[in-house]
Each structure stands twice: as C-alpha cells, then as structure tokens.
Design a binder for this molecule. Structure first.
Ligand code: C5P
Length: 403
C-alpha cells in the first residue's frame, strides 16, 4: 500500500445512513498502516457509535467539540495540523453547505476550516437533494477552492430509491485517497502508459485464442503510477478487474487493437510498461459466422504471428520501455535475450511456475534486468509493491534519459 503507509488521515463522518460504511473505510485505512483519527457530527453518532470507530482504528474517535476539547487540548487544532488528508465520508447536504459557507458548527466543519491539508469529500444523500441547485452550487464552490470529490454513485439507496446519491464503494474511495495523496509525487506531470491482461484473438464470432493472464500486475502498475502523481493510462485486454480510480482506461481485445492504442498513447508518453500477455499468434483469417461442428471430425485453424508491439514501437527516442519476460524455464537467460532483442530499458523476469507468482496471483517474484547488466532479484511480494519497485527504476531512467 506504499503511499498510504504512515500517513495521517482524519476521517470526518456525518449524519447519513451510509455512515456505517465509514467503519469499513476506517478499517481498510488502518490495515493499510495509516493512522486514522475519526471525527463525527452529533448526527452521525446517532447512526453509528464512536466506539465502533475507535475499535477499528485503535485511536479515540470524537463526536463532539466538547469531548474533543476535554480529551486533548484543542483536539481539532491538533488533528487538523497533523492531517495529511481530511476525508469526509459520508458527506451530507448540510455538511456541504457548512463547508461552502465556512461555518464551524460541529467538529467536522471546524476541522475543515482549520486544516491546510487537502480535503476529499464523498457525498451521500437522496438523489433529489443532490440534484438540487443549492447543493450543486455548494459542490461547485468547493471544487473551485480545490476540494476533491468522489461520487456520489448511481444505484439503489437505503430509502429504496434509485438514482445518483450512493456513497462510492470503499475500494473507489481508497483509490481516490491514494490519488489525492500522490499529487506532487515523483511522477507528477509524467505520462505513463501501461498494458495489461491477455489479448483475445477472434476465431469466429463466439470463440477466441486467449491466455490465463488476470491483468492484476498491469492494473497494479497503473494504480501505483497514479499514486506517484503520474498521468496514468491503462490499455487493457479483457479482465474481470474494475477500472482503477483516476486512471485513464482504454479497453481493447486483440493484439492489433492493443498495438494501435499503444502507438497512439506513446506518441506523447514518458514511459511504457508492457505487462500485457499479448497473444503471439492470431487466426490467419477472421471467420464471420460461427463454425459448425456438423460434418467435421477435426478442425484445423491456421494461425499467423501477431506484431511484436514492444519491438516494433517506433516512438520517440526518449520513451522509456519496460518489458516483461514471463517464462516457465531458463528464466534469466531468456530475459537477457529479450532485453536486447526488444530494445527495452528494463526487463521484468517473471517465473510463472513458481508458487505465489505469475498469472492470477496477488503476489509476484521477479528479477529486474537493466541495460547495464545489473540483475536485481526481488523477494516474493505483493503486486503493488512489485509495481512500486519497477516505477522506482522508471523514475531514475526518466531522470537520466537523453531526449
Ligand atoms: O516475447 P515475449 O512474448 O516473451 O515478450 C514479452 C514482452 O513483450 C512483454 O512485455 C509483452 O507485453 C511484450 N509483447 C509485445 N507484443 C507481442 C508479444 C509480447 O509487445 N506480440
């Protein structure tokens, strides 16, 4: 979780039925090694007890200005100074109005006035309320002041109504928190293009040639680039994974489509990380109708090579290129060959047969090989951490490149 470790998050919870979801958010942030201080409005404390929050965060949770004042001298001042980020989840219409007006009627709005940390607001309310011009005007006022927003999402609300008003999913809010904390990071103003997933080469309208790539490694690289301030673009073949927050996701199917998208995106990029498992072969001809089995005891499909996207990329000289070598045998020997033959700056050698490594796993064990001949073997770690180590290299390659 890298950019969350050791960060001080103040979580402001206000009076919406969605307040119970804030407990999950507080728990996830604590698991990601953030220090989480929860502050609540008195209305929020009617929906969920401060004890729930203090139990998951291991720190006091404050529901009133007067509690806070007795527990720590002027807790709101101390918390607002310490905060790396103030997250308001859920944020009610009243909270938005208080923030926009600069009133300090409760501990949450008071802290929002006192802090100079960035503020991320996650609204949750009845769809008619959210649409109301008064609420929309407050949202615009706050955005113009540099406040970040995530959601509300469309869906079913506690009232049974459908519409735009649901608190964003906790995973989305976590992505937004990482995005905001990453502003001004070491990849700020850099465009990083990442490919992910296994391409699908169409045989007929219902069948394809594919592979077992889950896309997890590439999604982790795109998220980790975003978390360091990059303009992160993810070109992905079909996967089960949801779009990461604040990553520009381009969905493609085949190797040809991926090649075109990569060429277009790399025209103005700083680095390309080719994590995708691109099919090496595609059917020689596209068959427009479903192949029938009647009258056939066997079927031969002729396959032809797909273009090598990485090797053939004629991007401008300054583009940093990172390739993957997913191998089942002679890992380092094959990786060394690919480093040269593909003309890349870095190869990530990945033994896909090792326990906890490769396709589908949440962890990976890789060796980084660069042009200087250096080979760095990393331990078995989470894919996000692997991504962070790859991006550490990308940062220094960008610094030393010659354009
Ligand atoms: O040659 P091999 O498929 O092992 O090379 C792997 C690397 O090359 C990966 O980074 C992969 O994304 C990329 N690749 C490509 N175009 C292909 C096949 C692989 O860019 N047709």
């Amino acid at each position: 979780m890298y950019n969350l470790t050791g960060r001080n998050i103040v979580l402001g919870v206000t009076g919406s039925i969605a307040a119970y979801k804030a407990a999950d958010l507080a728990s996830k942030l604590t698991q990601a090694e953030c220090s989480v201080d929860v502050i609540m409005t008195p209305e929020a404390a009617k929906f969920i007890a401060p004890l729930t929050f203090s139990s998951v965060t291991g720190r006091p949770a404050y529901a009133s200005m007067w509690d806070a004042a007795s527990a720590v001298t002027e807790a709101h001042v101390a918390l607002s100074r310490r905060a790396d980020l103030l997250v308001i989840a859920p944020a009610t219409a009243t909270t938005l109005a208080r923030f926009a007006a600069g009133s300090a009627e409760d501990l949450v709005s008071l802290t929002a006035l006192a802090t100079r940390a960035p503020i991320l607001i996650c609204p949750a309310m009845d769809p008619n309320m959210f649409e109301h011009p008064a609420v929309q005007a407050n949202v615009e006022t706050l955005k113009a002041r540099g406040v970040y927003f995530v959601g509300p999402d469309e869906g079913r609300l506690a009232s049974g109504q459908m519409g735009v008003g649901r608190l964003s999913e906790v995973e989305t809010v976590m992505g937004a928190i990482r995005f905001v904390l990453g502003r001004g990071g070491d990849l700020a103003a850099k465009k990083i293009v990442v490919t992910a997933g296994g391409t699908r080469e169409q045989i007929d309208p219902v069948r394809y040639v594919g592979n077992y790539s889950s896309g997890k490694m590439g999604f982790a690289v795109a998220a980790a680039a975003r978390d360091r301030g990059a303009d992160s673009v993810l070109i992905t073949a079909p996967t089960e994974l949801a779009d990461p927050y604040a990553v520009d996701v381009i969905r493609v199917k085949s190797a040809m489509e991926m090649r075109d998208a990569v060429a277009e995106q790399c025209a103005r990029a700083d680095a390309l990380v080719m994590t995708a498992a691109v099919a090496d072969y595609q059917p020689a001809e596209a068959i427009g109708e479903k192949i029938k089995r009647e009258g056939r005891d066997s079927l031969t499909i002729s396959l032809v090579r797909t273009p090598d996207i990485l090797k053939d990329l004629s991007a401008d000289e300054g583009l940093i290129k990172v390739g993957f070598a997913a191998e089942s045998n002679d890992l380092l020997e094959n990786a060394r060959k690919k480093l040269k033959s593909k003309g890349v700056d870095l190869i990530v050698a990945n033994d896909i047969t090792a326990e906890g490594s490769g396709f589908g796993a949440d962890t990976n064990q890789v060796t980084l090989l660069d042009k200087s001949g250096a080979e760095e073997e990393l331990p078995l770690i989470g894919k996000y951490e692997v991504a962070s180590r790859i991006l550490d290299r990308v940062v220094s390659l960008i610094e030393t490149r010659q354009r």
